[in-house]
Design a protein around this ligand. Structure first.
Ligand code: MSP
Length: 508
């Protein structure tokens, strides 16, 4: 199986992580876990974006060096990912020496090859914020972040010849329709490139906290130019001698990003790679944004959703599930704790949790907790194609369709329980009842495997309660490849606590 490399954006280190960050990261984690379950070698990268005047200012205000300040704020991201059972293989910080070295080598190579040249940059400068703004970024002629007066300034700057890549980019989009995803967002990028690309200013003389340009240390590298390189610096890319991880995993299979940073990833990044002569990633996928109760999330509105609070209230698994169930990946969506509670009770507690309880109770009461090796075949006939449908949905990053596969089976099993009424049937036909219950248990086994990437903890518990003798991870590859779903001779269930205890709406 092909190795699989996927990335999230690297997050601005001094942001407080919120559901937007959690969304991209959890989506990536689901894919990483699914690929690992299927038996692939996976490299899943996330990290933090740590350069720029704002970070230096925040560090100064805290009376710390940037790196010391960053160690503390970056820990908030790392703690959140651990809490949310996110399993990155690497966490890159742009202030890491291993990253800085690669940025410098790339900058010098592009300079030498004529893709970067020295020119001058003119814009509106906010002195207190030490930030340049373009005309269109200003708010009523003032600095968009602090609202203070800006002045017109000209500074020497290096430029990347982005304009030279219009035709090659358009040719790539044309030849590789899988590059810009989802399809609905591709036209906006194609249009943008067709309108003409301007060379990009890629260095600053006024931002001290950045990667110095080796041949001209009065300049530091523009943060976005620096940040995008993380996707290859993390693999040990070196223009002269690429490292082993780079050789194994590049080009990336998937860069997951939010829609507001699609252009950086779908235009600037591939142009940089083309200039370097490095192959382009297979897909850049831009997902939508969450609003909260219909409003944009912002600190000033005070409506920023804290992922820790959602995990406290509903559990990590249910929170992860909800983010990927509620809206089709790619579209915008509205986050509400009420909707989460609704899905928790209807889908997790009732449909899934109750099915497990029902089946285990009846097996315990009537069959001494034993499963049969095979069921009736009514729900999962031979050659059932749930695995194909599931793999195909995740391959296209259509998470809700993958969840439909699992819940489609769960719902059919619940209906089957109503139709066959095993609690009655057992009085007249015990052998058939045993097969019926085992059939429902087979569906639960498939549910545990398919839902595992989404809800890693609770599905392990399901697996345990089903009495599975081998680890879920060890059996899943076979199941996902379309293998038989059966039980060991003599396998006994181990009833435990309910997976999702019902929750009441909090009192207003
Ligand atoms: N540092 C840059 C990325 C550099 S990548 C080379 C950056 N960082 S960020 O901290 O702002 O995080 C951006 C990620 O969080 C994006 O994927 C973005 O879409 C996601 N979200 C931030 N707010 C969001 C919502 N309200 N809803 C969904 N995702 C959003 O940009």
């Amino acid at each position: 199986m092909k190795p699989y490399y996927l990335t999230t954006p690297i997050y601005y280190a001094n942001d407080v992580p919120h559901i937007g960050h959690a969304y991209t990261t959890i989506a990536a984690d689901v894919l990483a876990r699914w690929k690992r379950l299927s038996g692939a070698r996976v490299h899943f990268l996330t990290g933090t974006d740590e350069h720029g005047a704002k970070i230096a200012q925040a560090a100064g205000a805290a009376g710390q060096t940037p790196r010391a300040y960053l160690d503390r704020v970056v820990a908030k991201f790392q703690e959140l990912w651990t809490r949310l059972t996110v399993t990155p293989d690497d966490f890159l910080r742009t202030s890491d020496a291993r990253h800085i070295g690669v940025v410098q080598k790339i900058f010098e190579k592009l300079l030498k090859d004529g893709h970067i040249y020295l020119g001058s940059y003119e814009g509106w400068y906010c002195v207190p914020d030490e930030t340049f703004w373009s005309e269109s970024e200003l708010k009523e002629g003032k600095c968009p972040t602090c609202g203070r007066t800006v002045e017109r300034l000209k500074e020497e700057s290096y430029f990347f010849k982005l304009s030279a890549f219009e035709a090659p980019l358009l040719a790539h989009f044309e030849k590789h329709p899988e590059f810009l995803q989802p399809k609905s967002r591709a036209p906006e990028i194609v249009q943008f490139v067709k309108m003409g690309l301007r060379d990009l200013s890629v260095s600053r003389t006024k931002v001290a906290w950045g990667v110095p340009v080796p041949s001209n240390p009065a300049h530091t590298v523009y943060v976005w130019f620096d940040a995008l390189i993380n996707y290859i610096s993390a693999l040990g890319y070196d223009p002269a001698a690429p490292g082993a991880l780079y050789k194994e995993f590049w080009p990336a299979d998937l860069h997951l990003v939010g829609k507001e940073i699609f252009r950086f990833h779908a235009v600037i990044w591939p142009a940089m790679l083309l200039a370097l002569g490095v192959p382009l990633p297979r897909t850049v996928f831009a997902h939508g944004w969450w609003t909260v109760d219909g409003e944009k999330m912002s600190k000033s509105r005070g409506n920023v959703v804290d992922p820790h609070r959602m995990a406290d209230e509903f559990g990590v698994d249910a929170f992860r599930y909800f983010l990927l169930r509620e809206v089709p990946f790619g579209a915008d969506g509205d986050f509400s704790a009420k909707a989460l509670l609704g899905r928790y009770n209807a889908e997790l507690a009732n449909a899934l949790g109750n099915l497990l309880n029902r089946v285990l109770n009846l097996l315990e009461k009537n069959f001494d907790s034993a499963l049969l090796p095979a069921g009736t075949g009514d729900l999962l006939p031979e050659n059932a194609d749930w695995a194909r449908a599931y793999n195909d949905a995740l391959d296209r990053t259509v998470f809700h369709e993958a969840l439909d596969v699992a819940f489609g089976l769960v719902n059919r099993a619940n209906k089957y329980a109503e139709d066959t009424a095993p609690w009655k049937l057992v009085k007249t036909d015990a052998p058939r009842t045993h097969a019926v219950l085992t059939e429902m248990a087979r569906v639960l086994k498939v549910a545990a495997v398919t839902l595992h990437p989404f809800m890693p903890t609770v599905t392990e518990e399901m697996w345990r309660q089903l009495g599975e003798p081998r680890p879920l991870g060890a059996e899943a590859a076979r199941a996902l490849a379309g293998g038989k779903i059966q039980f060991d001779p003599g396998q006994k269930i181990r009833k435990g606590n309910p997976l999702f205890p019902r929750k009441e709406a909090p009192k207003p």
